[in-house]
Design a protein around this ligand. Structure first.
Ligand code: COA
Length: 157
């Protein structure tokens, strides 16, 4: 049976940290769906742009597809015939929020399990908000995001 996982997030925008987790998941599962959430957050990039950027950045990973979604994650997982959600953990403080999400998702649909992959120390301080903040102050963000994202952030200045 083919093993499929979903890596969900807002990806506003996708960073090297996200890419690391997705690449690790792609090595562990036969198929990975990166699910870009419409999100309740105020985003810098539209859902279409966040999805397109993620697809461009991940195009070299053959078993990864990128889709957007606007419903409950567990419903999106069910509709895509997937029972595993992958989330990244950067630092210990991520765990509390991630455990809450995982338990809520499990409570809504007990057939869906969340697994956690850890970020390398090089990526453990990266977040989309910090990258956007540095970019808005004309700082160099090329070490933290793929080049397609750096170009997109530059065009927002
Ligand atoms: N590398 C870099 N950054 C990372 C990261 C990593 N490995 N892991 C997390 N982050 C950062 C993100 O950049 C983001 O930073 P920001 O807040 O500064 O922008 C933050 O951690 C969390 O973002 P993300 O991983 O995109 O998750 P999220 O919390 O925005 O997304 C969803 C949560 C989309 C998975 C969740 O809201 C969801 O499932 N929504 C659908 C509706 C639903 O089902 N709701 C019920 C959920 S129980």
């Amino acid at each position: 049976m083919s093993k499929k996982a979903i890596v969900p997030g807002t990806f506003d925008p996708i960073t090297n940290g996200h890419k690391e987790i997705i690449a690790k998941a792609a090595c562990m599962f036969d198929e990975v769906i990166v699910a870009v959430a419409k999100s309740h957050k105020q985003t810098m990039f539209s859902l279409d742009t966040r999805t397109t950027l993620a697809a461009e950045v991940l195009s070299e990973l053959d078993n990864v597809t990128v889709k957007s979604f606007d419903n409950l994650l567990v419903d999106f997982a069910r509709d895509n015939d997937c029972k595993i959600i992958v989330r990244g953990l950067r630092v210990v403080s991520d765990f509390e929020y991630e455990l809450q999400l995982a338990n809520m998702n499990r409570n809504i649909n007990k057939k869906i399990e969340t697994v956690f992959l850890t970020a390398s120390p090089d990526n453990s301080f990266i977040s989309s908000s910090l990258v956007k903040d540095v970019a808005s102050h004309h700082g160099d963000i090329t070490k933290f995001v793929p080049k397609e994202v750096a170009v997109a952030l530059k065009s927002k200045k």
